[in-house]
Structure formats: structure tokens, C-alpha cells
Design a protein around this ligand. Structure first.
Ligand code: PGA
Length: 257
């Protein structure tokens, strides 16, 4: 089973609209030859429409960093998936920062994931354990539970548009990444096996699963060479256009068909 690698840059609360535009203009000529990798950038909401125009006809896809399940209404500060659908290909849901700072729960992650899929978009669902859970040996059961909760009620037919990003919280923005081998073990046992339990082996083997947490050009090959890791969700290193292009190049070299 070949799975198309997917490298996504999560810009978090970084880059103004002019900076976002400059980034994608600089990026496009650098990645022309890495056709076998799916490339995604996730600017802030404020930059989405301008970046969407700049990316038209290019191989780089756009993601939103969040999205509300209701189409419209009295939800101050929110942007709905229905509003995003004309601009983005993916919506990221369940990032540990939205879980920690914006009250995201397994239940809201599930509602958002279903709303994204219902609109025909792809969803990147982030899961991952805290340092305390890791130290207590709870990683596998916790991550598996997050996957199960996020996918509750998602039909098998939508699974081709689901990407799971396994991001141990202790590795995000800390410079302390998991080892490739450890990340692969959790991804295989807690993510892919859970999908297999829920949907069967064929769906599980086709499912794309990213690693995230302090991914950078110097450790990208270690992650990409793991059998169950199909790409990366990248924060810090995705803000630098040369680093991001280099991550795509490495993904293409190690796993591009
Ligand atoms: P990082 O962030 O690459 O800066 O660790 C990853 C993420 O939050 O998706």
C-alpha cells in the first residue's frame, strides 16, 4: 500500500497577510520538482483568502487551523467550516494548543471533524499525550482513546480524507522530538491499530498518519523513513521557507514514489 506523503506547515499565530503571501511566493519555485508529496500550509484565518488566491493553480494546498461545525450564528470569534470550504482543502482540528487554550474537547473535535468531512474537505486531526501521561505509561491508551473519540460516527467512506497527526505534547515547540522509532511505535499501535479496530485493515493501511513535534530538516529523514509515518505536521520549522522546502524535499526523497 503506497500512501502519498503529506507535509503540512502549521503557522499558528504567525505571519501577517503580506508575510504569508511573500512566503508562498518564495516557496513555489523551490518545490516544483517534489510532485509526489502533498504540501499544505495553514496560515491564520486573516491570511486565508489572499493566500488562497496566490496558490490557485499551484501544487500547494491550504488548510485552516480550526473551524466551527455550525454554518453561521452567534459564535463570537469563530469561523465556520461552511465559510472555509471555498478557500481551503483541509482543516486542522484538535491541535493540543486549541485543546489547551481554547477548550477543545474530544467531543468538539469529533463534531468539527464530521463537519469538515460533510463539506467534502480533508481533516487533519491532531492527537497526543502530555509528558505526565507519557511518564505514567498511558500514551497508548490515551492516544488510542483520542483517535476513537475523534472518529466516532465518521463513515468508512470518508476515511480517505482523514489525516491523523500524532503530536506528543512534550515534543511541540520544545526542540525535544520523539525518536523516529518511538513515534512509529505509537503511530502503529495507538493510531493505525485503532483505525483497524474501527474500520478494518484495508482502511487502516490506507490511512495517512503524520508525526508532529519539533520536526526540522535535521530529523525529518529519521521520521520519514519509519514504515508507519506518512508525513509531518510542522510548527516552528514551517515558518522558514528554506526549512519548509527542505522538509518537502526530504519527504519526497525518502518516501516519494
Ligand atoms: P513544532 O510544532 O514543530 O513547532 O514542534 C508542531 C505543531 O504544533 O504542529
Amino acid at each position: 500500500m503506497t500512501r502519498t506523503p503529506i507535509v503540512a506547515g502549521n503557522w499558528k499565530m504567525n505571519k501577517t497577510p503580506p508575510e504569508s503571501l511573500q512566503f508562498v511566493r518564495d516557496l513555489l519555485p523551490k518545490i516544483e520538482t517534489f510532485g509526489t508529496v502533498e504540501k499544505v500550509v495553514a496560515p491564520t484565518y486573516l491570511s486565508l483568502t489572499a493566500v488562497a488566491s496566490a496558490l490557485q493553480g499551484s501544487p500547494v494546498k491550504l488548510a485552516a487551523q480550526n473551524g466551527h461545525w455550525e454554518a453561521s450564528g452567534a459564535y463570537t470569534s469563530e469561523v465556520s467550516v461552511a465559510m472555509l470550504r471555498d478557500y481551503v482543502s483541509y482543516v486542522i482540528v484538535g491541535h493540543s494548543e486549541t485543546r489547551a487554550y481554547l477548550n477543545e474537547t474530544d467531543e468538539s473535535v469529533n463534531r468539527k471533524a464530521k463537519a469538515v468531512l460533510a463539506k467534502g474537505l480533508g481533516v487533519i486531526i491532531a492527537v497526543g499525550e502530555s509528558l505526565e501521561q507519557n511518564d505514567a505509561g498511558q500514551t497508548e491508551s490515551f492516544v488510542s482513546g483520542q483517535v476513537r473519540a475523534a472518529l466516532d460516527g465518521v463513515p468508512a467512506g470518508d476515511m480517505a480524507r482523514v489525516v491523523i497527526a500524532y503530536e506528543p505534547i512534550w515534543a511541540i515547540g520544545t526542540g525535544r522530538s520523539a525518536s523516529g522509532e518511538l513515534a512509529n511505535t505509537i503511530i502503529a499501535s495507538a493510531v493505525r491499530d485503532t483505525i483497524s479496530d474501527m474500520y478494518g485493515q484495508t482502511v487502516a493501511e490506507a490511512a495517512r498518519i503524520q508525526y508532529g513535534g519539533s520536526v526540522k530538516p535535521s530529523n525529518m529523514a529519521e521520521f520519514m523513513s519509519q514504515p508507519d509515518i506518512d508525513g509531518a505536521l510542522v510548527g516552528g520549522a514551517s515558518l522558514d521557507v528554506n526549512d519548509f522546502a527542505s522538509l518537502i524535499e526530504i519527504a519526497s526523497r525518502v518516501k516519494g514514489s
